[in-house]
Each structure stands twice: as C-alpha cells, then as structure tokens.
Write a protein that binds this ligand. Structure first.
Ligand code: 6PG
Length: 252
C-alpha cells in the first residue's frame, strides 16, 4: 500500500514482520555492496527489532557478506554498554556477538564520555568519517527505526528542539519524561535520517495503533510526530504488525 511517499506492508504477527524485515535487509545489503562495495546500516533500539536481528544471524548468515558491513546506531541511551537498557547491548546479544563483522566496522554510540553532548559530537564525527565517500559525506544505506506510542522515532521526541537541527547528524537529547528509560540519549537527527538511501520502520504492538492510524491518515495532527517527519531520500517502507494498523472494516 502506498501512503504519502511511504510503502506500507502489514503482517499478522511480529514473527512474520521480522522475517520480512530480515529479507529486506539482506536484499538492500546485497544491492549496496554491488553498487558501492559496502553496506552501512543504522540499527534501531527498543524491543521490536530484536527478532529481526536474531533471524539475520540464524537464517541469513551465509547469504551475507558481513565483511562489507558498517554498523551504526540510530540512537542510544546514555548508559554503560553492558547495561540492560543499552541499545548496543540488545544488538550485540541478538546479532553482533555471533556475526563475523570486523570489530572495527561496528560503531557504537559512545556512552563513556564526560557528557552526553560530548558523545553526540564524537558520534557526529564518526558518522562523517565512516560514511565519507571520497571528500563528500555520503548517506547511510539503510536506517532501521521504530515508533513509540507518542510518535517518537530513534530518540526524536515530539516537541524536541533537536527536531529543528539542520546540520549536525547526531545530537544529545535530555532524558524524556514520558518515555522509559528516562535517561539522556544520543540520536541521529532528521537531516541524517532523511538523507538515508532506505528507511525501514518496524512497528508492532497495539499501543502504537493510535499514532500509526494518524500518521497513515496523513492529517495535520500527525505532523507533530517525529516518525511522520522521516522520509528517506530513497525508499521509506513501514512494516507494520496488524495489531498496530487501523482495524479492518468487517467484510460486508
Ligand atoms: C529507543 C528506540 C525507540 C524505539 C521505540 C519503539 O531507544 O527506545 O530507539 O525509538 O524504536 O520506542 O520501541 P519498541 O520497539 O520497544 O516498541
């Protein structure tokens, strides 16, 4: 289904969504390596993408040229990287620890800097270094994103001043008060997300339904949601579990 520049695909459950997501990631990785000799991916945090990461390692391991991957992160909680709230820890446990990705090709957002602002500045430099294509900053091949019940994505929260950022690719975010974990974060910014060649949203859970319905209906109200502000330079695809989609009209 096409929706305001987005492709929307619906799935009965998280397992089917995760299988489709893993297949899409493998296809985009292959396409990127064929076109440019490498594949850069920004991983999403939270819970939804965990099964996708597990499937990449369990079912697609041999179909992937891991040596060409550059692994980045869409956002990070400013906690130690072995903390159970760490997005890096989730990805490491679900995929990275078991995948033969060169260690120098995995770029966690630093959380051991004196301040969260220092971490954001350091990651902005990392992004520009890793993505440099000659002398030009290049784009991330694929950004994975989730959506919160308040319409946030990565750690871009409704009403955040960071939404107005137009040059930095990574910024520090104060601890959100309405979203757990309520810790400071580092997030990729809209210019970075929207410069991506591909964005893949993974959305599951009926707590997301009100926001997803508003975003897909495209009303003015949806414009306040950061997840509605993300439109990749290339393709934007939403993989949505049925529980988060508008209720189906009864077959009359
Ligand atoms: C984070 C994530 C966040 C997440 C959404 C959805 O650091 O919390 O980046 O943006 O994607 O909150 O989370 P779930 O997938 O757990 O519902």
């Amino acid at each position: 289904m096409a929706n305001n520049g987005r492709e929307v695909r619906t799935f009965a459950d998280l397992e089917a969504l995760s299988q489709a997501a893993a297949e899409s990631i493998v296809a985009i990785a292959r396409e990127s390596v064929q076109a440019r000799g490498r594949f850069s991916i920004a991983l999403a945090g939270g819970n939804t993408p965990k099964r996708t990461y597990e499937l990449l390692g369990e079912r697609h391991r041999d179909a992937i040229d891991w040596s060409r991957w550059q692994v980045l992160f869409g956002d990070e909680r400013f906690v130690p990287n072995d903390d159970k709230r760490s997005n890096y820890k989730m990805a490491r446990d679900a995929l990275l620890a078991g995948a033969p990705i060169p260690v120098d090709n995995v770029h966690p957002i630093p959380t051991d800097t004196p301040t969260v602002g220092d971490a954001a500045d350091a990651y902005d430099r990392t992004l520009r270094h890793v993505l440099a294509d000659g002398t030009q900053p290049s784009a991330i091949d694929l950004v994975l994103l989730g959506v919160g019940p308040d319409g946030h994505t990565a750690s871009l929260f409704p009403g955040s001043p960071v939404l107005a950022e137009r040059t930095q690719w990574a910024r520090a975010v104060e601890a959100p008060t309405m979203v757990q974990p309520s810790v400071p974060r580092v997030t990729l910014t809209l210019p970075c997300l929207n410069g991506a060649r591909n964005v893949l949203f993974l959305v599951a859970g009926n707590d997301k339904r009100p926001v997803v319905v508003e975003i897909l209906q495209g009303g003015d109200g949806a414009r306040r949601y950061p997840a509605a502000m993300v439109h990749a330079a290339g393709r934007t695809v939403w993989l949505v579990e049925q529980s988060a989609m508008p209720p189906r009209e009864p077959n009359t």
